[in-house]
Design a protein around this ligand. Structure first.
Ligand code: URA
Length: 420
C-alpha cells in the first residue's frame, strides 16, 4: 500500500474503496503507518468526509481489527446492548443490564471510564466491593449465557484500531467528525456480536453534542450505519442540560441504581431505563410497539427479578454481596454538607455541566487519564427543575473527602441551581 497516495487522494476528495480501507486499518494496527501520515489522513477525512460506503467499510474493518465476541445462536435470547453518548448522573446501564437479562436478553455490556466531565460506568462499578470489570475474554460468554448480562471494560484484543485512531484524533483536533465518531462507537458495539442496539444520544450543556440539531445528525448517522452493518439500531434523543436522577458521583449513582431496580427512586431515571428496554423489545420483534414495550419492561421491574439478577451479576463478577449490603447502609463519604436554597421559589434550572465539574473537582472524576478517583464523593438528593423550594430548604447534599473541601465547594454547588 502506498499510504501517501491515499492521503493525497482523500485530501483532494477521492473516494476510498473497501479494499483500501481494509489496508489502512491493517496499517493502523500493525503500526506500519506512522503517526504523522495517519494524522494527515484523519484531517483529510475530517474536511472531506466519508460517504456511506466508506464509513461502513471503515466500521467493519475496525470491528474486525481484534476479537469479535460470538454467542451461540438462540432466537429466544437476542444479544443486545445500549450505548449512551455520555451524561451527568447517567447511571442507566447499571439498572438496565439486569432488567434486560430478566427480560430474556443476553447483554455483553462493554463500557468505559469517565474522563473530564463525563462519568464512566466502569468507575461506578469499581465502587462495589470486590466487583471486577476486567473479565477475561473466555469468561464473557459463560457469564452472559448463565446470568444474561456481563458488565466489563473493553479487553486489550478488542477493536485495537480504535484505540490508536482515537488517541490520535484526540491529539489532532479530529474527534468531532460524525463519520469518525459513528465508526468509532459502532465498531466497538459491533465487536460485542450484537443483534440490536439502542442509542441514547444526549444534547444540552453537558452533552458531547450540545445542540439538538447536532445530536439528531449523530443519531441519524448511527442508525443508518448500524442498519447498513446488519445490526438493528434505534437512536433517540435525551436532554442533558440537567443531571439524570438525583445523584452524581460513582457510589451515589450505584445507590440510586439499586433504588431503580427496586422500582423506587427518580422518575426520569426509571423512565429512561424503561424506554431503552422497551425500544429493544420492539427492535427484536418481542412486542408490537413502544407502549407494549414500556408495559412489559415495567411489569418486569415490578416483579423484583431484575433486583435479584443484580445480586447474581455481582456474584458472577467477584462482588462481595455481604460487603455490598453493608456499604448500602453505611455513611456515604467522610463529610456530608447539606446545601440550602438561598431563596424560595420554583427551580428553573440545575446546570448539569456545573454539577459534573464539581463532582470531578471533589475527586470523583478524572482531570487526566491517570487521575486516582475518590468513588464516594458527589452530590445527592438534588432538587430538580419544576420543583418548589423554600429558603433554607435542602437543594442537595454534598459529599466530600473532608470538611474543608465541602466548604470550599458549597457556593459553587448553590450556583448550579436557578430559582425563580
Ligand atoms: N465515543 C467514542 O467511543 N468514540 C468517539 O469517537 C466519540 C465518542
Amino acid at each position: 500500500m502506498n499510504f501517501l497516495q491515499l492521503v493525497e487522494g482523500k485530501r483532494d476528495g477521492a473516494i476510498h474503496s473497501d479494499a483500501q480501507i481494509k489496508e489502512i486499518i491493517q496499517g493502523v494496527v500493525s503500526e506500519e503507518i506512522p503517526d504523522y501520515q495517519l494524522a494527515a489522513w484523519l484531517m483529510s477525512v475530517y474536511f472531506r468526509g466519508l460517504n456511506d460506503a466508506e464509513t461502513r467499510a471503515l466500521t467493519l474493518a475496525m470491528r474486525d481489527s481484534g476479537t469479535v465476541l460470538q454467542f451461540p445462536p438462540d432466537p429466544s435470547r437476542p444479544v443486545v446492548d445500549k450505548h449512551s453518548t455520555g451524561g451527568v448522573g447517567d447511571k442507566v446501564s447499571l439498572p438496565l443490564a439486569p432488567l434486560l437479562a430478566s427480560l430474556g436478553f443476553r447483554v455483553p455490556m462493554i463500557s468505559g471510564r469517565g474522563l473530564g466531565i463525563t462519568g464512566g460506568t466502569l468507575d461506578k462499578l469499581d465502587s462495589i466491593p470486590g466487583f471486577k470489570t476486567a473479565v477475561p475474554e473466555d469468561k464473557i460468554a459463560d457469564i452472559v449465557e448463565r446470568v444474561g448480562c456481563c458488565m466489563m471494560g473493553q479487553t486489550s484484543n478488542m477493536v485495537p484500531a480504535d484505540k490508536r485512531l482515537y488517541a490520535l484524533r484526540d491529539a489532532t483536533a479530529t474527534v468531532p467528525s460524525i463519520n469518525l465518531i459513528t465508526a468509532s462507537i459502532l465498531s466497538k458495539k459491533l465487536a460485542e456480536g450484537l443483534e440490536a442496539l439502542v442509542l441514547d444520544v444526549k444534547f444540552g450543556s453537558a452533552a458531547f453534542m450540545q445542540t439538538r440539531e447536532k445530536a439528531q445528525e449523530l443519531a441519524d448517522a448511527m442508525e443508518t450505519l448500524g442498519n447498513a452493518c446488519g445490526v438493528k439500531v434505534q437512536a433517540f434523543l435525551n436532554d442533558m442540560n440537567t443531571p439524570l436522577g438525583r445523584s452524581a458521583g460513582n457510589w451515589l449513582e450505584v445507590l440510586e441504581s439499586v433504588e431503580c431496580l427496586e422500582n423506587r427512586g427518580p422518575d426520569d431515571l426509571r423512565d429512561l431505563v424503561l424506554q431503552c428496554a422497551a425500544r429493544l423489545l420492539v427492535l427484536t420483534g418481542r412486542v408490537p410497539n413502544l407502549e407494549a414495550g414500556m408495559a412489559t419492561a415495567q411489569a418486569c421491574l415490578e416483579s423484583g427479578e431484575p433486583r435479584a439478577k443484580w445480586d447474581e451479576l455481582l456474584e458472577a463478577q467477584g462482588g462481595d454481596l455481604r460487603a455490598f449490603e453493608k456499604k448500602l447502609n453505611a455513611p456515604v463519604a467522610a463529610f456530608a454538607l447539606p446545601i440550602e436554597a438561598p431563596s424560595s421559589g420554583k427551580i428553573t434550572a440545575c446546570n448539569a455541566r456545573t454539577v459534573a465539574e464539581i463532582v470531578r473537582d471533589l475527586g470523583g472524576g478524572r482531570a487526566a487519564k491517570d487521575s486516582v478517583l475518590d468513588l464516594n464523593v458527589g452530590l445527592a438528593a438534588m432538587k430538580k427543575p419544576g420543583e418548589r423550594v423554600e429558603q433554607g430548604e435542602k437543594l442537595c447534599v454534598l459529599y466530600a473527602r473532608n470538611q474543608a473541601e465541602a466548604n470550599d465547594n458549597a457556593e459553587r454547588v448553590r450556583s448550579a441551581w436557578k430559582i425563580a
